[in-house]
Design a protein around this ligand. Structure first.
Ligand SMILES: Cc1cc2nc3c(=O)[nH]c(=O)nc-3n(C[C@H](O)[C@H](O)[C@H](O)COP(=O)(O)OP(=O)(O)OC[C@H]3O[C@@H](n4cnc5c(N)ncnc54)[C@H](O)[C@@H]3O)c2cc1C
Length: 448
């Protein structure tokens, strides 16, 4: 948009990265999309990050046809907190379920408001430490950690405080929505814009190496041996992954810590609507006890906690709905799933898929009693593992949220190479795109 000549290099055949799309047996799937966070609420007004994103990309918000969530829930054992896109409702739930925490919760909210979470200098404090100082009832702290960790933590059993604040705003203060046509509604207009603006988009073009010469990147080499030179390079493939591409190896003394949080997700496509079973919620974050443990599991999957999403429960009920999905996500161990031979991989996947279904439905109203009825309506199952994430995005360890070490200003050891997206510390669809825009604006178009 600002006169630079741009080439986009992508190793996969479709755009979108971890938020891409595919079809199976004629059914359309989104890879990631559970929720588009940062739904522009009346309170967030023009400062809503999603509105800002649409303004910057010159994409009308209306063109996304956003459907707001019905309502969602965090369930720990027998205790639940409900939320929707009205933040006051969530506050009232906390006050009702944890009356003794009322004032302390309000103080925490003030602390979060005052914290410069969006600044590139934000201190990477431990959220667990801050919650310990702020909230007396550990159950409330654990319940607040669960959704934010699932939607963006690269740290074991914790989340850095700036990301916690950003995700708390994105999920609870602003809210969740979904474009009626799924992730394609976001990717299509971006691809059209790239075409209009003359951006050269090179798909199936994996970068093989990034060549350094002194303090600058001189050239990028593709796997087909083609070389490209540029004044600036923005890498969104991750900090660890970018370092691994550097040539000569060791050109940078930086050695970013590897992330290891990965997931398994099972998607059950079934006839009818979730409401046929009395399930009207959008997202359910669940944990089987009062203590939340987050990170790479010891075994193949950690069934103790997870996230269940019913994408058809965005927007008003559709009485004509003929086909719907239930998506269930759990932490999974990369080394387990990549160490299996193909036959065992497929059989283990099927085994865990069934356990995931049994466990997940138990968190829905009358879920256990309706198990057989639900199963009789399933028309297709699809499950992906950390191995799938590695295959399609090349993320080290199939890590969903990159490294625990972030570079908020995108800087690297090289003056013309910048990181954007997840390892810049801005996660999710809205976060990673806004992060990329900030790099283009602040480091390339208007450098200090
Ligand atoms: C199952 C799942 C559910 C999710 N749900 C949500 C959700 O509901 N809401 C939400 O906001 N976020 C969600 N996310 C997270 C969101 O997808 C990520 O935060 C976001 O995609 C990160 O964007 P990114 O640009 O940093 O990285 P990525 O999306 O990983 O993009 C990196 C790109 O780099 C490409 N690449 C890698 N190596 C090379 C190379 N050598 N050469 C060329 N190209 C290369 C990859 O192919 C990929 O396209 C979900 C993710 C998953 C997996």
């Amino acid at each position: 948009m600002f006169g630079k000549k741009v080439v986009l290099l992508e190793r996969h055949s479709v755009v979108g990265g971890l938020n891409s799309f595919y079809s199976k047996k004629g059914i359309k799937f989104d890879v990631g999309l559970h929720a588009l966070t940062n739904y522009p609420s009346p309170q967030s007004g023009k400062s809503s990050p999603l509105l800002k994103l649409c303004r910057q990309l010159r994409i009308p918000l209306d063109s996304l046809d956003l459907l707001p969530q019905s309502h969602s829930r965090i369930t720990f054992g027998t205790e639940s907190l409900r939320f929707d896109n009205n933040f006051e409702y969530f506050v009232s739930q906390v006050e009702e379920k944890f009356p003794k925490e009322r004032d302390r919760f309000q103080s925490l909210l003030s602390k979060m408001d005052e914290f410069p979470a969006y600044s590139i200098d934000a201190e990477e404090l431990s959220t667990r430490d801050i919650l310990k100082e702020s909230i007396m009832d550990p159950l409330l702290s654990e319940m607040l950690l669960c959704p934010t960790c699932y939607y963006g933590s690269a740290r074991k059993n914790d989340i850095d405080f700036p990301t916690f604040v950003m995700l708390f705003d994105a999920i609870f203060k602003q809210g969740l929505a979904r474009p009626e046509q799924g992730i394609r509604a976001i990717l299509k207009p971006i691809v059209s814009k790239l075409r209009e603006l003359g951006v050269k988009r090179m798909m199936k073009s994996p970068v093989q190496s990034i060549r350094a010469n002194g303090s600058r990147i001189s050239e990028i080499k593709l796997e087909n041996d083609e070389c490209i030179s540029a004044d600036f390079v923005i890498s969104t493939c991750g900090a660890v992954e970018t370092e691994a591409l550097l040539e000569p190896s060791g050109a940078s003394s930086a050695s970013t810590e590897q992330g290891c949080f990965s997931i398994m997700e099972s998607i059950f496509v079934f006839e009818g609507s979730p409401r046929d079973f009395g399930w009207d919620e959008t997202v359910v974050f669940f944990n089987d006890s009062k203590t939340f443990s987050f990170g790479e599991p010891e075994g193949p999957i950690d069934l103790r906690s997870g996230v269940l999403c019913m994408p058809e429960n965005y927007g008003a009920p559709d009485p004509g709905s003929r086909e719907s999905k239930v998506r269930i996500t759990h932490p999974a161990r990369f080394s387990h799933w990549t160490g299996l031979e193909q036959n065992s991989y497929e059989s283990e996947k099927a085994l865990w898929e069934e356990k995931i279904l049994q466990q997940g439905l138990a968190y829905l109203p009358e879920g256990k009693n309706q198990m057989d009825a639900f199963k009789s309506k399933i028309i297709l199952r699809d499950t992906f593992t950390p191995r799938t994430i590695k295959k399609y995005t090349d993320h080290t360890n199939g890590a969903l949220y990159g490294s625990p070490q972030k570079s908020r200003d995108g800087s690297t050891a090289f003056e013309n190479l910048f990181l954007a997206g997840t390892d810049q510390g801005y996660v999710g669809i809205v976060g990673s795109m806004l992060g990329g825009i900030a790099i283009a604006n602040n480091r390339i178009l208007r450098p200090d």
